[in-house]
Ligand binder design. Structure first.
Ligand code: FMN
Length: 238
């Protein structure tokens, strides 16, 4: 881990410095306020992220959802991650995150849970770009804090569309895109690592696509956020 910290420079999400350049992956049932506090005390985390929070719960004042937005001041910078599929509720929830003082609003486009996907949320948004576009446009209009997006390589192994999703998110004003380098539905366990590499090669090898913007300051790809040994091969390929 130490060599990675030396290799990768601190970066910014708009004007927010992420230093050290390590993001704590959002993990439902894990990255709650107590867990994040322990890690912060230990040091080494540049950005903490909440568990994913249901906009259906938040916008109906569900106590559990509201509790999930709590954070300690010394956690900053802190991102709230929301999931859902209804643009109006996504917008309202984003406003609520800004109101409670979150530094960054992150949109979940990666959750593979059937109960989330069947309503069109999480990784379901990878299959419905018009809906994703509407959601991101609505959110962007409503908040002043940076909007970030966490995506997967694609929904199925045969529908890898991380580049298209990333470009769409960027066009809607996303300031940072995190890529979970797997598909939502893993059709073969052997494909896992190949998928990570495949997306990296696609970025590098496809001059027909205007990917320059994705490499500008404020836009950055991560491969397997919590799986550090994978960062190196992916960075090399880029
Ligand atoms: C228990 C658990 C809960 C997770 N919850 C979320 C979540 O709420 N939001 C999210 O974007 N990703 C979530 N993830 C995905 C992680 O943030 C991360 O992208 C992933 O674990 C990295 O790759 P891998 O676990 O597939 O190797 C979760 C992962 C785990 C293991």
């Amino acid at each position: 881990m130490a060599f990675i910290m030396n290799e990768i420079a601190p970066f910014k999400i708009r004007d927010i410095e992420i230093n050290p350049p390590l993001v704590l992956s959002p993990m439902a049932g894990v990255t709650d306020i107590s867990f994040r506090r322990l890690l912060k005390q230990r040091g080494g985390i540049g950005l903490t992220v909440s568990e994913f929070i249901s906009v259906e719960g938040l916008t109906r004042n569900n106590p559990k959802s509201k509790r999930q937005m709590r954070f300690y001041e010394n956690e900053r910078p802190f991102a709230v991650q929301i999931f859902g599929a209804q643009p109006a509720r996504m917008r309202m929830a984003a406003e609520m995150a800004e109101e409670v003082g979150a530094d960054i609003l992150d949109v979940n486009c990666g959750c593979p849970a059937p109960k989330v996907v069947k309503h069109g949320g999480g990784s379901g948004l990878l299959k419905d770009h018009p809906r994703l576009e509407e959601i991101l446009t609505e959110i962007k209009k409503a908040i002043t804090i940076p909007m970030t997006v966490k995506i997967r390589a694609g929904f199925y192994d045969h529908t890898i569309n991380a580049i298209e999703t990333a470009k769409l998110a960027e066009a809607c004003g996303a300031q940072h895109i995190a890529l979970h380098g797997r598909t939502a539905v893993v059709e073969s366990i052997e494909r896992d690592y190949e998928d990570v590499v495949h997306v990296a090669v696609l970025v590098d090898d496809d001059p027909g696509k205007d990917l320059g913007a994705l490499r500008q300051p404020g836009h950055r790809f991560f491969f397997g956020l919590d799986d550090l040994e994978r960062v190196e091969p992916a960075e090399e390929l880029l």
